[in-house]
Design a protein around this ligand. Structure first.
Ligand code: FBP
Ligand code: MG
Ligand code: MG
Length: 337
């Protein structure tokens, strides 16, 4: 049977009363912007888009040309036709309210316009991550503080991967669905409805070069994974690390696994490496909707009360039984076991 398009899927969701027209159109605008980003990335060196932009973002990270370009594409698309009250990005110091004249909706959009930037120049998958929140009642010109809502209040989250094929993975709170971009037609087509992450896994994803900087429970947890069949876990584990969160999470959505970016002594003062509002929370929502779990190691990710737009957190997500194991090591350690 021919897959249905994203547009058709969203219309069906609206008819079923699960989303309203504003959210449907907002998702369409984001998806269209992601198609433009996909085209720019696909041109590679021919499009003059590789390399450094020569600027830095609020996090002190050097921006790539594609970080800036992707941010501009998402900004322009959403400011003019986004059905939004405000938006916030990894690449912008503060959120931006949408001017009254353009404001047609009551949603707040957050995004990591280009995730995995370090992989752009080596032609490895990168992506875009986004999260949609409701603008609090009565707020007409939202500021940063209005975005600081726990992940459990998200109404939609998604990511795209720009890899051998461009894919969009989306949830509006009724399962996680996978769409593949048909480049000739120019539409995202539904190729995986209601995907489920296996509860158990034999695969983990972590940047092992940070091992000596990790906390004790993480050292013990990974140490036991590495002991394989002969160790307490009784099975051999495989390891993968793309260093693009979208690509690592997409593998987990597809075949299971655990992804972690734990606390370490290098990022401890910042709270972690990955960003809560536009990396961890949207991925946590997507993963939970696919039957998986997401935690900081000590707390369900979606329950974290944000304190800053660019707040960082430790992340463990994926196959639910494996995430529970990682959390168990942290609890044991915290309780002095
Ligand atoms: O280079 P490291 O320390 O392994 O970190 C990789 C992680 O950093 C990130 O690249 C951060 O994302 P950005 O490219 O958006 O800054 C994640 O995608 C990835 O999981
Ligand atoms: Mg990122
Ligand atoms: Mg980024």
């Amino acid at each position: 049977m021919k897959p249905i398009s994203l547009t058709r899927y969203l219309i069906e969701e609206q008819h079923a009363g699960r989303i309203n027209a504003d959210l449907r159109l907002l998702i369409e605008v984001v998806a269209r912007a992601c198609k433009s980003i996909s085209i720019a990335i696909g041109k590679g060196a021919l499009g003059g888009v590789l390399g450094e932009a020569g600027t830095g973002n609020i996090q002190g990270e050097a921006q790539k040309k594609l970080d800036v370009l992707s941010n501009d594409i998402l900004l322009e698309a959403n400011a003019w036709g986004g059905h939004l009250a405000g938006l916030a990005s990894e690449e912008m110091d503060h959120s931006q309210p949408i001017p009254d004249a353009f404001q047609r909706g009551n949603y707040l959009l957050l995004f990591d316009p280009l995730d995995g930037s370090s992989n752009i120049d080596v032609n490895i998958s990168v992506g875009t991550i986004f999260s949609v929140l409701r603008c609090p009642d009565g707020v007409t010109s939202p500021g940063d503080e209005h975005f600081l809502q726990p992940g459990s209040t998200q109404v939609c989250a998604g990511y795209t991967t720009y890899g051998p094929s461009t894919m969009l993975v989306l949830t509006v709170g009724h399962g996680t669905h996978v769409f593949t971009l048909d480049r000739e037609v120019g539409s995202f087509m539904l190729t995986g409805r209601g995907v489920q992450i296996p509860a158990d896994t034999k695969e983990f994803a972590v940047n092992m070069s940070n091992q000596r900087f990790w906390e004790e429970p993480m050292q013990r947890y990974v140490g036991d994974l590495l002991k394989g069949k002969e160790g307490p876990r009784g099975k051999d584990f495989n390891m993968r690390w793309v260093a693009s969160m979208v690509a690592d999470v997409h593998r987990i959505i597809t075949r299971g696994g655990i992804f972690s970016y734990p606390l370490d002594s290098k990022c401890r003062d910042k709270g972690g490496k990955l960003r809560l509002m536009y990396e961890a929370n949207p991925m946590a929502f997507i993963v939970e909707q696919a039957g998986g779990a997401a935690s900081t190691g000590r707390q369900r990710m979606l329950d974290v009360q944000p304190t800053g737009l660019h707040q960082r957190v430790p992340v463990f997500l994926g196959s639910r039984n494996e995430v529970a194991e990682a959390v168990r090591y942290h609890h044991e350690s915290d309780q002095g076991a």
